[in-house]
Ligand binder design. Sequence first.
Ligand code: PHE
Length: 451
Amino acid sequence: MKIPSRIFSFPRFLKILQSLHLPTRPAGGNVKQVRSKTSDPAAHARHTDAVELFGKFYPCDDHTNVTPKILSKVGKSLQNQRNHPLWLLKERIKDHFYTSYLSRHRNPLFSVYDNLSPVVTTEQNFDSLLIPPDHASRRKGDNFYLNQSHMLRAHTSAHQRDLIRAGLNAFLVFGDVYRRDEIDKSHYPVFHQLEGVRLFTKYELFANVQHGEELHLFEKGYRTSCKQESHTLEAVKLLEFDLKQTLNKVVTHLFGKGLDTRWVECYFPFTHPSFEMEIKFQGEWLEVLGCGIMEQQLVNSAGAQDRVGYAFGLGLERLAMILYGIPDIRLFWSEDERFYRQFQVTHIDQKVTFQPFSKYPPLVNDISFWIPHEGYEENDFYDLVRNIGGDLVEKVALIDRFSHPKTGKMSHCYRITYRHTERTLTQEEVNATHRDIERSSVEKLGVEGRF
Ligand code: PHE
């Protein structure tokens, strides 16, 4: 099947991008930091005056917490690397949307973006989505900030408002997103999402309903800056039906029939009601997407007052891991040809089942320390381990907490599993890394070692 590569004419595409103030990314984006005052990479970001990313300078302040390791991933755009499993998944999803959803003029309904800059303002990432100023999701411990005003997007939802404002009624955004998180085989601080948004006018939503012309999107009421009109029951139910059907179809397109899925209700500040879809995989229910009906206040703030809509966000690594049987999320960053050669397909629908190359043996080392009374965040430790151990670290688990009965001091013990995906590690190599982690934890996090 032929896949249209661009839906807009190039001038229109540029115009929309300009109106968004979102620069397209130069291939292999230039990522570098300036005026480093220290040679220690882990301390780099905090001790420089500014972070340079895609040719722009972001002055450091007390929010700056991006690390060199994270910055080295920005601009890799795995979703755009031909024959990468995330690219392959993207192409299959695009193909599905391009062939299943056509506009009145028989053009693809959904516009596709896969190259929007992951550097966004905190306003785009949070405020534009009605996330309150004191909301827990803004925590420094959970996000990568360039400084107080700019960050690496934590989700592709950061673009919803701007793309609607640019006049789009149906779009898909594929992109890399960044979150500080635990370390295990399904969590990595950079992963990829697909955002989808679809808006409807009253004529579109009720087009196939008997006596649809008598139905309305909103209840009779009024709208102020702090009150939104309420959606009618018919509008909500039709949107919910269309949303779940759209997502059920894309999942069936990817996996075929017979997959065990379920819907659960959940909460996002920018959709109501909100849902998650879970897929049963190897006996466990895995959450693969979040979605919901867009809060009307958001739609209105983007200038689409006469429309209602829904949005969804899919986790691409999760889907690819289930689809291709990829056992460890670090493999997506692998440069080992035994990995990427397996995804060199001649047609995007060719079935691929990943053949794991033999797992090299793990080496396990524990680390215990007394944590300081204030200011210690578990994610600071995980970042530090990633900075030093890189992809040698497969997993870090907090296996014991202990509070000293007399001093009241709290001790944490973490179990670090080291394993290279491409070769056997030696004990000396691991020891050297482990000692570095011990030393750095004392220096950078103010912990007291129990080594
Ligand atoms: N942005 C949400 C997340 O990252 C997912 C989502 C997207 C939820 C769109 C609702 C609508 O978890």
